[in-house]
Design a protein around this ligand. Structure first.
Ligand code: HEM
Length: 446
C-alpha cells in the first residue's frame, strides 16, 4: 500500500482530484492496488485492482454505502435505493425492481421509438446538431415517461434537464471539494444548485400529490412506489420523493452521456460508421428498431458496450465505507474507512484491455464474460445498477433508429475533439446531420 506524494498542506490531493479527477484516479494504479489519498480533511483509499473492487462490490454489508461522499448525495437523494445502507436496501430494491422487469421492455421500447421520432422530426439535412443537448432531451423524456408518467407534457423537459444538470454539478463539486464552508457561500454555482433542488422538489411533490388524488395506474415505477409493500405498508411522501430524485439523478444524464460519447466515437471512426449503417440497413431497412431486432443489431450493441468501457458515466461517485473493522487484499481497514473506485481507471488497464485507449467494438467479439472487476460501468453485486439491461437495450435501439435515417458526421474543417471527462458528456460536441436517402449508404447531398 503506498501513499501518494505531493499532498499539499491542508488541501491534500484535492486540487488534482477537483481539476482532473479521472486522470488523477487513473494515475494512482501505478502506486499500488490500494492507494491512500487525502482530500482536504478527508482521508480515503482508492481501490485500483479489479479483483479487490470485485470483492468490495460483492460484500455490500462490510463495504457499505455511507461516509462523507454519501452524506453529500443524501442531502438531495435522501435514503433512496441508491443511497440507503445495506440494512435497508433489500426491501427497497424488491419494491422498485419490477419496473425494470423483462416484461416492461416492450412498453419502454415503444416510448423510446416515439421520443426518437419526436427528436428527429424537425431535423434538416445539413443542419448542425449539438449532440449532448439532443441526447439529454431524449433521455430525460424517456426516463420520465417510462418510469413516472407516460402522458408527461414534455414541454417541461428542458427546465427539468437544466435542474438535473445543476444538481449533478453541485453534488460533484461537493464531493470533489469536501470543504463544507465553500458550499455555503452565496456563489452563482451554489445558488443555482439550491434553486435546482427546489425546482425538482416542487415537481416531485406535484407528481406525488397528483397521483395520490387520482390514483397511479400506469404499471410503472411510480405505481410501485404508491402501492403498499409486501408488509402492506405505504411509503411516506418523503420516501417516494427520495426514490423519484434517485431515479432522475441516476438515469437521465447517464444515458445521454453514453449516447453522446457513442456519436463522438462513431463520428471519429468512419470505418465503423460505415459498418454501422450497413448493419442497420440490413436489419431495419429504414424503419425504427424494435425489441425483437436487438439480437441482430450485433455491432450496434458492441458499440454501446465499448462506449461504456471507454467513457463510463458514473466514474467518479463510486465510494464505500467500511461498516466494521475488516481487510481488503490483506490490508487492515478500520471501521469507517472511506474507499473510492473508478470504472474509468479499471477499464483502461492495459493488462485487461490491449491498447486500452483504442475504440475497438470488435474486442467484444471474442469476450464471453470480462474478468471480475475489469468491466464495471454498472457496478456489480447487490448494488449493481438496476437499469443495466434497460440502458443497453434503449441505447442500442436509439443508435440504430437514428442511424437508419441519419448520418452524424464531423463538421467539415472542425475536427471533433473530446472535451470533457467521461463522467460528463463531451460538451462541445456539434456534428452535421446528413439525411440518408434510402437504405443504401448514400446520403442526400447538402
Ligand atoms: C449509462 C447509463 C448508466 C450507468 C453507466 C449507470 C451506472 C450505475 C452504477 C455504476 C451503479 C452502482 C453504483 C454503486 O455501486 O455505488 C448504478 C446504480 C443505480 N442506477 Fe444506474 N446507471 C445508468 C443508468 C441508469 C438508469 C437509466 C437508471 C434508472 C432510471 C439507473 C438507476 C440506478 C439505481 C436506482 C441505482 C442504485 C441501485 C442499488 O443500489 O440497488 N441507472 N448505476
Amino acid at each position: 500500500m503506498t501513499a501518494l506524494p505531493r499532498a499539499l498542506p491542508l488541501l491534500g490531493h484535492a486540487p488534482w482530484f477537483a481539476l482532473k479527477p479521472l486522470d488523477f484516479l487513473t494515475s494512482l494504479a501505478g502506486h499500488g492496488d490500494l492507494v491512500r489519498i487525502r482530500l482536504g480533511p478527508l482521508r480515503a483509499y482508492v481501490v485500483c485492482h479489479p479483483t479487490l473492487v470485485h470483492q468490495l462490490l460483492l460484500a455490500d454489508r462490510t463495504f457499505d454505502k455511507g461516509g462523507p461522499f454519501y452524506d453529500k448525495l443524501r442531502e438531495i437523494a435522501g435514503n433512496g435505493v441508491g443511497t440507503c445502507p445495506a440494512s435497508a436496501h433489500r426491501r427497497q430494491r424488491r419494491l422498485v425492481q419490477p419496473a425494470f422487469h423483462r416484461d416492461r421492455m416492450p412498453g419502454h421500447t415503444q416510448v423510446m421509438a416515439e421520443e426518437v421520432a419526436a427528436l428527429t422530426a424537425p431535423w434538416q439535412n445539413g443542419q448542425t446538431l449539438h449532440v449532448p443537448d439532443a441526447m439529454h432531451r431524449l433521455s430525460t423524456a424517456v426516463v420520465v415517461r417510462c418510469l413516472f408518467d407516460p402522458s408527461t407534457d414534455t414541454s417541461g423537459i428542458p427546465a427539468l434537464q437544466s435542474s438535473i444538470d445543476a444538481i449533478v454539478d453541485g453534488i460533484t463539486r461537493r464531493m470533489t471539494w469536501p470543504m463544507p464552508l465553500l458550499h455555503r457561500l452565496p456563489t452563482p454555482g451554489n445558488r443555482r444548485y439550491q434553486r435546482a433542488r427546489l425546482h425538482v422538489r416542487h415537481l416531485t411533490n406535484a407528481l406525488i400529490s397528483g397521483l395520490r388524488s387520482t390514483g397511479a395506474d400506469h404499471d410503472n415505477l411510480m405505481s410501485l412506489l404508491m402501492a403498499p409493500d409486501a408488509d402492506g405498508v405505504f411509503l411516506s411522501d418523503t420516501e417516494v420523493h427520495d426514490q423519484v430524485v434517485t431515479f432522475l439523478l441516476a438515469g437521465v444524464q447517464s444515458i445521454a452521456i453514453t449516447l453522446s460519447w457513442a456519436w463522438y466515437l462513431i463520428g471519429t471512426h468512419p470505418d465503423i460508421r460505415t459498418r454501422l449503417h450497413d448493419e442497420v440497413d440490413a436489419v431495419l431497412g429504414g424503419r425504427p428498431a424494435q425489441l425483437t431486432d436487438l439480437d441482430s443489431l450485433d455491432l450496434t450493441g458492441r458499440i454501446v458496450t465499448e462506449t461504456l468501457r471507454l467513457y463510463p458515466p458514473d466514474s467518479l461517485l463510486l465510494t464505500r465505507t467500511t461498516a466494521t473493522d475488516t481487510e481488503l487484499g490483506g490490508h487492515p481497514l478500520p471501521a469507517g474507512t472511506t474507499l473510492v473506485f473508478s470504472p474509468y481507471q479499471l477499464h483502461r488497464r492495459p493488462d485487461a484491455y490491449p491498447a486500452p485507449d483504442r475504440f475497438a467494438p470488435e474486442r467484444w467479439n471474442a469476450v464471453d464474460k470480462p474478468a471480475p472487476g475489469t468491466f464495471v460501468p454498472f457496478g456489480a453485486g447487490p448494488r449493481k445498477c438496476i437499469a443495466d439491461t434497460f440502458v443497453q437495450t434503449q441505447a442500442t435501439l436509439a443508435l440504430a433508429t437514428v442511424a437508419a435515417r441519419w448520418q452524424l458526421r464531423p463538421i467539415p474543417g472542425q475536427p471533433l475533439r473530446p472535451v470533457g471527462q467521461a463522467v460528463r458528456a463531451p460538451h462541445k460536441l456539434s456534428m452535421m446531420l446528413n439525411q440518408r436517402s434510402s437504405t443504401s449508404d448514400r446520403e442526400v447531398d447538402v
